[in-house]
Design a protein around this ligand. Structure first.
Ligand code: ATP
Ligand code: MG
Ligand code: MG
Length: 367
């Protein structure tokens, strides 16, 4: 049976492994955290990403993928030439660095928000005006769930924000007045065959994804596919990646960022009745047959995020969730921490109106 290696053992690896097993695929993860979610459903190599013995074990797999883009370059270098790593190193180098990523997106013909790279104090001069007067300063690397970001609207605020970030390399993006946020995944097999996931609409709260919804027949799906297909070809994608978009009132699509893997917004594909994004990534990485994947029913997802207050007061209403028709609970076996993604609830319904009604109920059950 095929054997898939994964760099990283978080909840994405957990759900990749859960999708791989029924396909007859065994999974081994290399993950330094003893308590990481995938430990319970995959062989867990409990070692640093650069551990030689751990990397030797991954090199014995049929292919290696990742659930975490900040894998050290040394780990990728150690695997190079021994086992296919999908996506490969050059795509990862782009997608983990916001400035390189935006430049490479534009070279591929995709649109982004206006941006200025901030590397020295002199780069701050006039930067805000170049991006339209209001912006978001983001560290070029290592940010996720809105961490390492600050909204700025004047020069003093920009300077203070960059100081707060420790003067690390950053990007200043123009603040986009979007109509909504959407995402779309694209997969490309080793033979170059391309397949797409559905268009998904996303709502964020405090920079963290709160809710995703997927309905059939979204008018912007064709445009998002066109952009994703273009970037996948230009970047020579192998495996699966996800584009986050800002959709403008005039219908334009700006790419916010690219994740070289399955995405939180796509978790709803687990319970919508079609192939899930996790199965899609497993298939694409191992070169198994893969067609477009999409839910067969209207579906949505609400994240369970560690609330700010005392844990017992801020628990979701578990009994209420269970009692609501069409809910599916997915927990990550992680210790509670404020702001941490602990699980999600998928919701599926027979029609869009029922979905919207029950989604409002579900959101009220999750603080
Ligand atoms: P993720 O967890 O998705 O990786 P991240 O930390 O990489 O998050 P971004 O996706 O860059 O952060 O931003 C998080 C959210 O903040 C966006 O989804 C959007 O809601 C808002 N945001 C980010 N950049 C901008 C912008 N330039 N204009 C308007 N809103 C923005
Ligand atoms: Mg991100
Ligand atoms: Mg994002």
């Amino acid at each position: 049976s095929p054997h898939l290696g994964i760099l990283g053992g978080g909840q994405l690896a957990q759900m990749l492994a859960l999708a791989a097993l029924p396909l007859g695929v065994r999974v081994t993860v290399l993950e330094p955290d003893a308590g990481a979610p995938a430990r319970l459903c995959a062989t867990h190599l409990h070692a640093p990403y650069t551990d030689a013995a751990g990397l030797d074990r991954l090199a014995g797999c049929d292919a290696v993928t990742l659930e975490f883009e900040n894998v050290p370059a040394a780990a990728l270098g150690a695997l190079e030439g021994r086992v296919p790593v999908r996506p490969g190193r050059s795509l990862l180098e782009r997608s983990k660095h916001r400035v390189r990523e935006k430049r490479a997106l534009r070279e591929a013909g995709a649109q982004t928000a206006p941006f200025v790279a901030i590397e020295t104090g002199a780069d701050l001069d006039g930067a805000l005006a170049q991006v339209g007067g209001r912006g978001v300063l983001k560290t070029s690397e290592l940010g996720y769930d809105g961490r390492g970001q600050a909204r700025v609207s004047d020069g003093a605020g920009l300077r203070a924000a960059w100081q707060e970030m420790g003067h690390v390399p950053c990007v200043l993006e123009g603040l986009v007045d979007f109509e909504r946020e959407v995402s779309l995944s694209v997969a490309r097999g080793p033979d170059g065959a391309v397949a797409f996931g559905p268009l998904i609409e996303n709502v964020h709260r405090n920079g963290i994804l709160r809710t995703s919804v997927c309905l059939e027949g979204d008018a912007h799906e064709a445009g998002a596919r066109e952009v994703a297909g273009r970037v996948a070809a230009a970047w020579e994608l192998q495996g699966l990646m996800t584009l986050e978009f800002f959709q403008l009132a005039n219908g334009g699509l700006l790419v916010n960022e690219v994740a070289p893997r399955v995405h939180n917004s796509g978790h709803l594909t687990q319970d919508g009745g079609g192939v899930s994004q996790f199965e899609a990534q497993v298939r694409a990485v191992l070169g198994l047959p893969l067609a477009d994947w999409r839910p067969l029913l209207p579906c949505a997802m609400v994240n369970i995020i560690g609330a700010g207050g005392q844990e017992p007061d801020q628990q979701p209403d578990w009994a209420g969730i269970d009692a609501l028709p069409g809910t599916h609970l997915h927990l990550y076996h992680k210790a509670w921490r404020a702001g941490r993604k602990l699980g999600h609830v998928n919701l599926v319904a027979p029609d869009p109106a029922t979905l919207r009604g029950r989604l409002a109920q579900l959101e009220a059950l999750i603080p």
